[in-house]
Design a protein around this ligand. Sequence first.
Ligand code: HGY
Ligand code: MN
Ligand code: MN
Length: 426
Amino acid sequence: MNSPCDHLRIDGDRLMRRLVELATIGPIEGGGSSRLALTDEDREGRDLVTTWMRDLGLDVRIDGIGNVVATRPGRTDGPAVMTGSHIDTVRSGGRYDGNLGVLAGLEVIETLIDAGVETEHPIAVAFFTDEEGARFPPDMLGSLVYVGGLGLEEALDIEGIDGSIVGDELDRIGYRGPHPCPGPAPHAFVELHIEQGPVLEAGGHTIGAVTGVQGISWTEFTITGQANHAGTTPMDLRHDAGWAAAAIAVHVRDMATRMGGRQVATVGRLDLAPDLVNVVAGSAVLTVDLRNTDEALLTEAEADLAAFVEGIAEAEGVLIEARTLARFEPVAFNGSVVATVASTAESLGHAVSEMPSGAGHDAQMMARICPTGMVFVPSRDGISHNPAEYTDPVDLAAGVNVLLHTLLRLDGDALEDDAPEEGETR
Ligand code: HGY
Ligand code: MN
Ligand code: MN
């Protein structure tokens, strides 16, 4: 790499100490965390991380949707070289999803401070609000507002799965900040994240140079049938919302299997009412998560699902209402940033593989406003959104060192912003 900073390496033990400490907030069995967005646990995590940011002397800014950006000055003012991710989790969260990317940014900045290295651009680390979208859909809500993809007022009005409202919860936890949304476009953005899948481990690669993020389609179906007696109601007289919901769940699984390729489909939420053993379900609510790297195929899957739902509603005599919770097209990351991640990983001696991301990330939103890329590290057995989520500390440190040197290289680069293609990832 031939720079005076080539020798710089992060402090892996310090990184692990922070990961372990953050994981103790909202602890769940198996060593993971449950910090749904804007809950008390999320507030506690925010308080801890912003304390670490302030302890490093960073300029900490909180915007109207609760995104937090902490900046260390560079030789020049203007757009920062930025990294970051999220610290909200799903209910069954592991300790690395999102948290790694935020604490990696802190570790990179502390390494630069310790070494007395001044960067050309300011360098910033952020955590974005409600990346998971599990309590308040859509996912990547905070970064979507940061890049101007959703108006702040509209975002503040979003109702959660528990009936709470984003703006109220932001006020309640004290994180509705004064800084404006959309936020300033960085010089470049790179996010470090665990892969959350089996690809790197299976291929024996330590680093993923992420080429983009696949398309995401979330739909909530509300089914209204007729509650009735489980024993006395003949099968041909039923309007069974539970059966209709189950039929949709089976259909999307069969559809994804039939389509093959990268098509995936998930029914993650399924609630029946009155939820009793001897009552035909009068109503049901379920969610369908469809994803594909190819926009045309994702659209085809959505159309197939809509047609099936219409048929089931007709056949069972139930009303089925659909509500879109999230819809993002596939995103391709900036070619020169992807190449910088890959070449930096190789120059540090790591086996690297270029690959798309199966999971959504804040980087897919930042790609709308600046040259963006991601660094992946392997997930053991490909497990994530599960307390068993694990990445070897050696791989964690490797990822943070790749992030450090990628950010330093981008700091010196005059980057071309090849605006991401709408549609397929690379
Ligand atoms: O849903 C996702 O892919 C991410 O975990 N928000
Ligand atoms: Mn994540
Ligand atoms: Mn996640």
